[in-house]
Design a protein around this ligand. Sequence first.
Ligand SMILES: [Zn+2]
Length: 74
Amino acid sequence: MAGRKGAGPWDPYTGADLGEGEWIEYSPAQKAGLDAPRFCPECGRRRVVQVTPHGWTAVCSRHGETDSAVADLR
Ligand SMILES: [Zn+2]
């Protein structure tokens, strides 16, 4: 795995490969937590995002569902 691109972790908003040192500035909506994280931080796959009246859910085909209630624990 060493030196192989795609080691992760991945940025959940932009899909940038943080393990490879990529960095992308968040948009204002992303900084405010208003945008759903469309990428799985564990595998970098694009997740299926559904916006709900209470927030959002994001489903990774490999890692399952995350919702905004979980992400708002900070
Ligand atoms: Zn995943």
